[in-house]
Design a protein around this ligand. Structure first.
Ligand code: GDP
Length: 622
């Protein structure tokens, strides 16, 4: 049966899930599944909530063309559809997924046009020689502007250095939601067969040298409690059979012998146990214990390792530690170092860009990942599973490259209204951003800049503040560059509670005149907890649990004063907010910020000795 491997590239919300759903439904892959099942590729609830795809997934359909399908009429094709992660924190994964494909669908919203994230993944696809098929999606939108969007895609491809063949891209006009996709912009009947046909005709068939010695490249890992590690990859040459002996080339150049227990191929949304996988097809392999990404599975008598695919190195780390605050164990089920260690251990099996090493003390772990989102998603998952922990300020990982201290840089794009553009530019400048371009797009302004990843920590919250919530931003990792100067710290001090209890309206009414509160009446508060932001730059120790002194005189004034709404920080916003001497406390029911040292007296002592040390160093330099 002819085979096609196609990757799908789309910006978040441009309708990838809905379109793939329609493809699966119309190919009949859905017959066996429950009615009403939708949004099939983003299966993790957290991914769906945030509109991002974190773990790239594959699915496969068999499609039989009707008699009027020209060259492919009457033929049944097997099509592997490879989902690319929708966020550039997962850049390494993008590349590995694309390596398994022979072509790509670039899905673009008919109104929004190509977005920065598309740019990053598309650039990678072009580098790997994949020719795009452009799908203008949501063509049912009355406000769509498909022709202009095609021009923008063309410009983007030119910008990315696409060759003439790539620039001669086929276009399909689609509405995934209405279930149609056509080459003719004016046709809107029910059916996506045009899209299947373009895939069959324009995506090159994989090389299928089945008589050559076996060569399969592992590009991803999965894990199951029953069978352990599962290698996902593509067979490039030969045939991989269940039960066969193989040789595996490792990163250090050695070759190990192993036996493949089972091989699966992708079918619909799942996998099916098969007796063999032939060259060109994708597979999931069970039974090879310590298999790694980048390994080549080879014929035992004929070793020909393929070029290794790389896993991106982490660019950001955080300290994960036990919750040693006074509320420990009140809200979560898993609180001990051992439980956290086991959970991280489990995560490492499938989360290939994650690294965990011991921290400074026995209760700490240094956890490194691809960015705030990557680690934030892990923390959010842990919290939902019942874990309690505290984490320190995220820090970028510097590296020495050719003797030069270097740090990760990101390309950021910001869309905002013209009135707040100045504030956005100013903020970028203060964070070490270098402005690349500023364009007008309709009534909105579009800014692109390169910025040290360090400058992006805490950026989103500030950007929303200075643009009154108007700005939309995206960023993607571009690489390491020589470290730039320092980036400013948080400008405001915080209000720190000095007593345990329950926050009272009376206390908060007084405190909110000095800044913004993070807690509301009734919230539990403890000594050392960050309860608000001071309008000034110093930290304030405050009492948020004070009760109104008893008096016989009825105070009408208080009854009428309305407490300002507190600022409730999300997990990621809290991670971005804290400074080095602070922690985020994460439990199933709350995200709180606190000082690392809870007791005021101990904190003062620590601050004093830090100052003394700094003075001693300065003195020694003189
Ligand atoms: P993904 O993030 O790219 O996977 O996008 P989804 O498939 O989850 O769709 C994002 C949003 O766009 C949802 O609110 C969908 O209802 C909507 N949407 C998806 N496809 C279409 C379409 O063809 N037309 C219109 N008008 N909206 C669509």
């Amino acid at each position: 049966m002819p085979l096609r491997n196609v990757a799908i590239i789309a910006h978040v919300d441009h309708g990838k899930t809905t379109l793939v759903d329609a493809l699966l439904k119309q190919a009949g892959a859905f017959k066996a599944s429950a009615p009403g099942q939708e949004c099939v590729m983003d299966s993790n609830p957290l991914e769906r909530e945030r509109g991002i795809t974190i773990l790239a997934k594959n699915c496969a359909v068999n499609y039989t063309f009707g008699p009027d399908a020209g060259e492919v009429a009457g033929q049944e094709f097997r099509i592997n559809i490879l989902d690319t992660p929708g966020h550039a924190d997962f850049g390494g994964e993008v590349e590995r997924v694309l390596r398994m494909a022979d072509g790509c669908l670039l899905l673009v919203d008919a109104l929004e046009g190509p977005m920065p994230q598309t740019r990053f993944v598309l650039g990678k696809a072009l580098e790997l020689g994949l020719k795009p098929i452009v799908v203008i999606n949501k063509c049912d939108r009355p406000d769509g502007r498909p022709s202009a969007v095609i021009d923008e895609v063309f410009d983007l491809l030119v910008d990315l250095g696409a060759d003439d063949i790539a620039l001669d891209f086929p276009v399909v006009y689609a509405s995934g939601r209405s279930g149609w996709a056509h080459r003719d912009i004016d046709v809107r009947d029910n059916g996506v067969h045009d899209l299947f046909r373009v895939i069959a005709e324009r995506v090159p068939a994989p090389q299928e040298d089945v008589s050559a010695p076996l060569q399969a490249l592992v590009t991803n890992l999965d894990y199951s409690e029953y069978v352990g590690r599962i290698a996902i990859g593509r067979v490039y040459k030969g045939v991989l059979k269940a039960g066969q002996q193989v040789a595996v080339s490792k990163a250090d150049g050695t070759v190990k012998k192993a036996r493949v227990l089972k091989v699966n191929r992708f079918e619909g949304l799942g996998r099916r146990d098969v007796s063999e996988i032939r060259a060109g097809d994708l597979c999931a392999i069970e039974g090879v214990a310590d298999i790694e990404i980048g390994d080549t599975i080879m014929d035992p008598d004929n070793h020909a390792p393929m070029a290794r695919v790389k896993v991106d190195e982490p660019t950001l780390h955080m300290v994960f530690r036990i919750n040693d605050g006074p509320m420990v164990g009140k809200e979560g089920k898993f609180v001990t170092t051992r439980q956290i260690a086991e959970r991280l251990e489990r995560e490492l099996r499938g989360n290939v860009a994650l690294r965990v090493s011991p921290g400074d003390s026995a209760d700490e772990f240094r956890v490194s990942g691809r960015g705030l989102l990557h680690l934030g998603v892990l923390l959010e998952n842990m919290r939902r599973e019942g874990y309690e922990l505290t984490v320190g300020k995220p820090e970028v990982i510097e590296r020495e490259i050719d003797g030069v201290r270097s740090e990760p840089f990101e390309r950021v794009s910001i869309d905002t209204d013209s009135s707040s553009m100045g504030s956005a530019l100013e903020l970028l400048g203060s964070r070490g951003g270098e402005i690349l371009k500023v364009d007008q797009r309709g009534a909105r302004m579009h800014i692109e800049a390169d910025i040290p990843a360090r400058g992006l920590i805490g950026f989103r919250t500030r950007l929303l503040n200075v643009t009154a919530g108007e700005a939309v931003m995206h960023h993607s990792f571009i690489g390491y560059r020589p470290a730039s100067g320092s980036v400013k710290k948080r400008q405001n001090g915080v209000m720190v509670g000095n007593e345990a209890g329950t926050a009272t309206t009376y206390a908060l009414l007084q405190l909110c005149e000095r800044g913004i509160m993070f807690v509301q009446p009734g919230d539990p508060v403890y000594e050392g907890m960050v309860v608000g932001e001071n309008a000034r730059d110093n930290d304030l120790v405050v009492n948020a649990v004070r009760l109104k002194p008893f008096s016989n005189v009825r105070d009408n004034k208080e009854a009428t004063v309305v407490l300002k709404a507190p600022r409730l920080l999300s997990l990621e916003a809290a991670l971005e907010y804290i400074e080095e001497d602070e922690l985020v406390e994460i439990t199933p029911s709350a995200v709180r910020m606190r000082k690392r040292i809870l007791r005021e007296s101990a904190r003062r002592r620590a601050e004093r000795s830090a100052r003394d040390r700094a003075a001693a160093v300065a003195g020694a330099d003189d």
